[in-house]
Design a protein around this ligand. Structure first.
Ligand SMILES: Cc1ncc(COP(=O)(O)O)c(C=O)c1O
Length: 405
């Protein structure tokens, strides 16, 4: 049966393999660990509940993500709450339940003081997101370069020290964690060694007694010639051992894209072929918005499924240049230039690989709604999300005349 394009497929076997690889490399390198799955990367309910069954916590960065985690069965103690836009009620619930909360912003200090004062007999454990100059430690490797990142409390300008001092003044609050997530372009092992060495440095400098070090996300996964989980965690453990022991300090990781990439594909179909000027355009029913929503990619990993029943399929030639474009009406929706490849025709399929992270969750509802999603299990496809239709699009909307009901 030919499934209606476009659609995503998650290969359950591959996902299981990558998840196991993550767990076993953490197990052998440090032993005492928790995985906070990064909801923002892809919060598809099937995927989240699959990972939950494997023991992950929910790493959330907004009140909506927090509520989604609750709806998908995570208790407040299974939340890793990050980011600067937390809401106060969920902030309080996670802390009261003993979940992981990494503070990122001044108003959270006020909330913390007031919560602690309201519950004087309870001891609260809290983490602090650290902003530090990773670029200096790993030149040319960070996402923001010398401009630096905007998350967390700055170590270099003394804000981290001031925040620590303020929290330490609250009698029933202990700073028991550091959150050191930093985005890098390289995703190299050296970046994670530098992050671990920063944790050691902070522990020494501020005599911290940490029950966890949270390395954040940002790992590579599923790419030939790039690091894998078993490359990162032994290297990180070696650095952490200078100051920490697994008995006292848990390692928290927040993987996103590295867990999903290899398992996910996006299947699109060619719906029209047209020549304009010197260009051959292939109009497909997928879009750049589906697989490159931030519009930064110029090439993709993909394979083709040719429709040999196509009249003329036997005379396909090789073409120097075909512009693979998307369904939307925006000219910028050109997915990639297919150079020196076989001539593609209506009904052929282009299957993009490594597309599971920051794609489904960043898809807009523009012109076409969210596509179907399947899992592949034992060679068969099972649907895990129906494509959105106007019915889903219109949910929670009022029509003209209904606004006062
Ligand atoms: C705090 C935090 N944790 C985890 C992640 C997941 O990162 P990745 O998908 O690169 O593993 C991100 C991504 O930006 C993040 O900001």
């Amino acid at each position: 049966m030919a499934y209606q394009t476009p659609y995503f497929v998650i290969d359950e076997n591959q996902l299981t393999k990558d998840f196991q690889m993550l767990k076993s490399s953490l197990e052998t390198s440090w032993g005492n660990y928790r995985i906070g799955y990064s909801f923002k990367t892809n919060s598809l309910p099937w995927l989240v509940t699959f990972l939950k069954a494997g023991g992950v916590m929910a790493e959330v960065v907004s009140d909506d993500e927090y509520s989604l985690a609750g709806a998908l069965g995570f208790s407040d103690s299974e939340i890793v709450y990050n980011g600067p836009v937390k809401k106060r009620p969920s902030f309080e619930r996670v802390l009261l339940a003993g979940g992981i909360l990494n503070m990122d912003g001044r108003r959270e200090l006020d909330w913390m003081e007031e919560l602690a004062a309201a519950h004087p007999t309870q001891t609260f454990r809290v983490g602090i997101r650290v902003n530090f100059d990773l670029e200096k430690m790993c030149p040319g490797q960070t996402t923001m370069g010398e401009a630096g990142g905007r998350f967390g409390f700055s170590y270099e300008n003394g804000t981290f020290a001031a925040v620590l001092e303020r929290v330490r003044r609250i009698p029933n609050v202990e700073v028991t964690g550091l959150h050191l997530h930093s985005s890098s372009k390289s995703r190299s092992v050296a970046v994670f060694e530098a992050i671990a060495s920063m944790a050691c440095k902070l522990k020494r400098e501020f005599s911290l007694n940490l029950s966890y070090v949270d390395l954040g996300g940002g790992y590579c996964g599923g790419l030939e010639g790039r690091p894998q989980y078993p490359d990162y965690f032994p290297a990180v453990a070696k650095v952490l051992q200078e100051e920490f022991t697994p008995e006292q300090t848990m390692l928290i990781v927040e993987p996103g894209i590295s867990l999903l990439s290899k398992a996910s594909t996006f299947v699109t179909g060619v719906v029209d072929v047209r020549d304009i000027g010197n260009e051959r355009y292939l109009i497909t029913d997928g879009s750049r918005f589906n697989i490159d929503p931030t519009m930064i990619k110029s090439s993709h990993l993909f394979h083709l499924e040719l429709n040999e029943a196509n009249p003329g399929a036997e005379q396909r030639k090789t073409m120097a240049h075909q512009c693979v474009s998307g369904y939307s009406c925006m000219e910028v929706d050109r997915i990639f230039e297919y150079r020196d490849g076989i001539e593609l025709m209506e009904g052929d399929r282009i299957v993009y690989e490594n597309v599971g992270g920051y794609t489904m969750s960043l898809n807009p509802l523009f012109i076409q709604y969210f596509p179907d999603v399947y899992i592949r299990r034992d060679g068969k496809l099972y649907k895990i999300r129906n494509r959105w239709t106007p019915k889903e699009y219109m949910q929670n909307s009022m029509l003209y005349g209904e606004e006062q009901k």
